[in-house]
Design a protein around this ligand. Structure first.
Ligand SMILES: Cc1ncc(COP(=O)(O)O)c(C=O)c1O
Length: 390
């Protein structure tokens, strides 16, 4: 089984809209006011769309975000801004912000702290790819390498922060820690706001342009669900006619949202997560703020194997048939991986009947570029015009 699909029996748009805690409003203003800000490109890939048999295919290319190769700084930037509004830095010295990270969140946090004149300390598993460690250090953060895995890094970061009075900026929520992850998801929502604007569907509060073509299917890759939550929140609030189907995509080896959807009462469910090339999605426990919203907002939950991610990376890299070439890391390509599986996986015929890709207008988010260049080269190869055709 290389791909799984579960139609969500609890999808409820009214509830999703009621649960959504605000659109990208303030976060959008904060992000757009940053000197040097520019929206990331929204690319149209007609040749790949034709190969897959979908009507349109757009990729919002977050590998271009702030020169950081991933979308994550959107969340950290807004969270630090909101945090400092609530708790201004004591005295004249810089505040210290701490996070554990698989790589991208730490880099985003380090960058945002520096842009706002503060310090960041980032805790990483000692197994983290060297390129990711160096990229975070390059943003001026102090790095702490922790023996063990990501969860060990989380525990160590929390313990050290409590002892030293540092502020933890985590991208996942748990009981008693929800305000900051909510700000982070609101920051992520800004990328969806940009995408709607680029599609001619009006920005925040804006109208619908004459040329507007709305997506009918949006693939949202997820680790703890913070990104998918930001997207679902904005898209359910703003797109009603047509109403896009929202599909959450996870790696098979870390599909905690899929497991939660399958839970008899739809309760958040943890899974043991084993290694996947989709490092940014390797999370075993849903965020407590993301899950209730995704449970109401998503039409389906999918899981795909690393093989599909690799194939999606290659399809994006080749830029065949006049399509622009897109540099997507494994987590970045996960939305396309889910789409390819939905179009083709033999065991998903039932899913295709429920959610026919044929004729769909699909929006994907390339959430990261080659954040691990070695892995990227190994997946895509020196030449990208052989094989891997979907
Ligand atoms: C590249 C990339 N894509 C997607 C995600 C998923 O975000 P979330 O954990 O909020 O679901 C992450 C998380 O770190 C990531 O790094």
């Amino acid at each position: 089984l290389r791909g799984e699909f579960f139609a969500n029996p609890r999808a409820d748009d009214g509830l999703a809209r009621a649960l959504a805690w605000g659109a990208a409003g303030e976060a959008g203003a904060v992000v757009r006011a940053l000197p040097g800000y520019a929206p990331t490109p929204l690319l149209s890939l007609p040749a790949l769309a034709a190969e897959l048999g979908v009507e349109r295919l757009w990729v919002k290319d977050e590998s271009k975000r702030f020169g950081l190769k991933a979308f994550k700084a959107l969340g950290a930037l807004y969270a630090l801004h909101a945090f400092l509004n609530r708790d201004p830095a004591p005295g004249r010295g810089p505040a210290v912000f701490v996070a554990a990270s698989a790589g991208n969140h730490g880099r985003g946090l380090a960058w945002a702290a520096r842009r706002l004149g503060h310090r960041a300390v980032v805790y990483l598993s000692e197994g983290t790819a060297a390129a990711r460690v160096e990229a975070i250090r390059g943003e001026g953060a102090e790095i702490v390498l922790v023996p063990g895995d990501y969860d060990d890094a989380v525990r160590q970061a929390a313990a050290d922060a409590a002892r030293r009075g540092w502020a933890v900026i985590s991208d996942t929520a748990y009981e008693g820690y929800e305000e900051i992850p909510r700000w982070i998801s609101q920051g992520y929502a800004v990328l969806f706001d940009e995408a709607l604007e680029q599609l001619g569907l009006g920005g925040e509060g804006g109208g619908r342009g004459a040329e507007a073509i709305a997506p009918t299917l949006v693939m949202l890759q997820a680790g703890v669900g913070g990104l998918a939550c930001g997207g679902a929140m904005l898209l359910r609030a703003r797109l009603r006619d047509p109403r896009p189907a929202l599909v959450c995509v996870e790696p098979t080896s870390a599909a905690c949202l899929l497991a939660s959807a399958r839970h008899p009462r739809g309760e958040a469910t943890s899974v043991a997560c084993s290694a996947t090339s989709m490092a940014g999605l390797c999370c075993g426990t849903p965020s407590t703020i993301a899950w209730p919203l995704l449970r109401a907002a998503c039409d389906a939950f999918m899981a795909v194997d690393d093989d599909y991610a690799r194939e999606a990376m290659r399809a994006l890299a080749r830029g065949r048939g006049g399509d622009p070439a897109v540099v997507a890391g494994a987590s970045g390509a996960a939305g396309l991986a889910g789409l390819i599986a939905l179009c083709r996986e033999p065991s998903l015929a039932g899913a295709r009947a429920l959610l026919p890709p044929r004729g769909a207008r699909v929006l994907l988010i390339n959430t990261e570029g080659d954040t691990d260049p070695e892995q990227y080269r190994a997946a895509v190869g020196g030449r990208d015009d052989e094989g891997g055709a979907p």
